[in-house]
Design a protein around this ligand. Structure first.
Ligand code: AMP
Length: 218
């Protein structure tokens, strides 16, 4: 089973690219942010315990993340998967490596979507998504706005804004990314798995760059 990791600051397009890649390669999209949001929605014990931390934009405890991920991977039947938002720190990366090693697997590609803080902040303000199918749009980006203002192109559902997509939370999320997640760039580079893509481009240009890295040998 193939695995691709996307590492990027908030609003660099992880979710959008994951969806495009999953459609092309018939992969499963695993977003730890979505897994957590679903716990919040269910108002489960986990949901209650992570609400505050997610609202501030800091990282949820590694044990919770890893147990949600293991649970998801255990039930996966597919050619491969894209990890969107995991790992977020070195501890998670090491735990994930161990998990793969125990199953005789390894990471295939780590794609680093490079985006400046200024550009990421601009994108956060305009980001809206579909609560039904997860499609992501952006009011402020030319090729990313919905055809019909505020409605999903794919399923017609009214689009919503994520609670943590505001300027205050963005600063914490970006700083957390720089402090905790960006060390992973060196980590995966040293393992020879890292590929960089300029995420200031349009979404199809970014997609073409990623597919030229992954190729069609899937
Ligand atoms: P995302 O949807 O990836 O932007 O994640 C939204 C929020 O969920 C983050 O700001 C964190 O609070 C939390 N989160 C998502 N993935 C992780 C992870 N791998 N480790 C810790 N916290 C996470």
């Amino acid at each position: 089973m193939k695995s691709v990791i996307l590492i990027a600051p908030p609003a660099a397009g992880k979710g959008t690219q994951s969806k495009l890649l999953c459609d092309l390669y018939n992969f499963e999209h695993i977003s730890t942010g979505d897994l957590l949001r679903s716990e919040l929605k269910k108002d489960s014990e986990i949901g209650k315990s992570i609400k505050e931390i997610m609202e501030t934009g800091k990282l949820v405890n590694d044990e919770i993340i890893i147990s949600l991920l293991i649970n998801k991977l255990n039930f996966l039947v597919c050619n491969g998967y894209i990890l969107d938002g995991f790992p977020r720190n070195l501890e998670q990366a090491i735990a994930y490596d161990k998990m793969l090693k125990n199953n005789g697997q390894s990471i295939d590609y780590v794609i680093h979507l490079v985006l400046s803080k200024e550009e990421a902040k601009k994108r956060i303000v305009g980001r809206i998504s579909c609560p039904n199918c997860g499609s992501i749009y952006n009011d402020l980006i030319k090729d990313s706005n919905p055809l019909l203002t505020n409605f999903c192109d794919k399923c017609g559902t009214s689009l919503v804004k994520r609670d943590d997509d505001n300027e205050e939370t963005f600063d914490v999320r970006f700083d957390t990314y720089v402090e905790e997640t960006s060390p992973l760039i060196n980590y995966y580079n040293n393992l020879g798995k890292l590929y960089e893509v300029d995420s200031s481009l349009g979404k199809m240009e970014i997609f073409n760059q990623i597919t030229s890295i992954i190729g069609d040998q899937i």
